[in-house]
Structures are given as C-alpha cells and as structure tokens.
Design a binder for this molecule. Sequence first.
Ligand SMILES: [Zn+2]
Length: 294
Amino acid sequence: MCYTCSMKTLREYIVEARAKKVAIGHFNFSNLEGLYAIARAARTLGVPVIVGLSEGEQEAIGTHQAVALVKTIRDGWDIPIYLNADHHYSFGSVKDAIDAGFDAVIYDGAAYPFQENVAVAKQCVDYARKVSRETRRDIIVEVELGYIGEGSKIRDEIPEGVAVITKASDAEDFIEKTGADMLAPAVGNFHGMLRNATKPRLNIDCIKEIASAINAPLVLHGGSGEDADFAAAIDAGIAIIHINTELRRAYTAALKSYMDKNPDDIAPYKYGTNASLAMEAVVTEKLKIFNKIT
Ligand SMILES: [Zn+2]
C-alpha cells in the first residue's frame, strides 16, 4: 500500500495485472488537455493508468509541475494514476525525475553497448532503491535491451537496427546484473507509426521466452501495432503497453479539423477541448483492449 495515500502502489497494480493477464496502459502527454484526456478515460473505465513524459515532454510540462499535476488528479479524483519518466537517456536525467517524486523511471541505454547499458542501469536502480528507502516510496525502474528506434512520430520506414530481437539469455543476464524491476525488450516492435499504415507484428514466442527467462514483468513500447497481437503479448508476459504516436496524431488531426471549421476561434480552451476529446477516445479504446474490457 502507498505510504502517502490509501491507494495501492504501482508495483501492486503491476503484480495484479500479471495475475489477471491484463496490461496497464502507459500514455504520454505534453499538455493539460492530454493529461486530462488520459485521466478521464481511466476514471470512466475504473482502471489504473500510467502517464509518461519523455525528456522533451518533461521539459515542456516542468519536472516538479508534472509531479504536482498527477498528484492532484490522483488525490482529487481518487484514481490510480502514476507518473513515469519515459526514456530517460542518462543517470542525471533519471535522478532528476526520482528526486522530483516520479513513481517510475525508465533508463534507456538500448543504443549503448551491453556493458555500458548495464553500468548506468545499475546506477539508476541503486539510486532508486536508496531514495525509496529514505522517502518510504516504491520507485519502479524499467530498463531497455534491444533497439526499437527513438521518437513517437510518423515514419516512412522501419528504423534501422530494429530487426534485431532481444535474446532471452541477454535479458536474463541484464536483469540479474542490474536488479531492475521491469524490462522492455525488442520483439518486433518499434517507436512511431509507418505512414503507409503497415503495423509492426510482434514476435510472441520471443516474448514468452524472455518472460520465462527473467523474473520481471515486460513492457511493450511502440504499442501502435495490430490489436490482435496485444492479447497474445499480454498472455505471453507483457504487463505495461506504451502508446504515444496515436495520441499525438488524434490530437493534431482533431485540432486541424476544428480550426478548418472554426477559423476565427482563438480561445485555446475551446479548440483544445475538441482535441482532448479525440485523445480520450483513443485512450479509452486502448485501455479496453489492454484490460480486456468488452
Ligand atoms: Zn517507448
């Protein structure tokens, strides 16, 4: 149980998700409309949710401001919403998020050689454990092994290097050496979406193999894939699924369409609301799939 509120901790929700063979949705935001869209969808469906900030998104919102915003929604709306530092690429960046009060962090050293990735990931885990002990928090640390590209954007082609699937033996070694809580492997997924609408197919057998080799839940990034793959991936060992590109696309398309129809509207809270509703619809659809709600 959380020490500062009556809610379950994120770790407890992750364990519960694995037991129920569902996944917790992780959605990125970079403005208030986005954050509220995610929170509304989770509240309506009554499921836990993680909101994430990449280093760039975090800079736009503000590190301490993000913690305060999520906390006011968690306490004020009484919903299990947790804040994650998504893809932070250095110890310093992870440390800032931990110090500010994030519930979870991702150290992403996937682009580095194995030993370098291990060394910094271990430093992040050790720091998170120390702060958790000192502040009576339970900070979750996710690490990344296997390159899946960077950036939630529309792409013309699959990013170079993505074809290499994470080996189960490497995953086992990585988790053993770092002591991290969760692992994001490369299993056919990649960040962003293809312009030609082709969706990545996941290697479910590899997910199963990695899940049985390590004693840590798995996280799927680049979640804008085939819906049919999600249920199989969750059953195979995925506990959290990340979505970002689809939200950005829905938000921007709704905003463009609204402005086309209402070119004289200059009130951000009005045109922003329309875009926020479009994002909420995508989050709702994904949360239903991940939580197997029909
Ligand atoms: Zn990601």
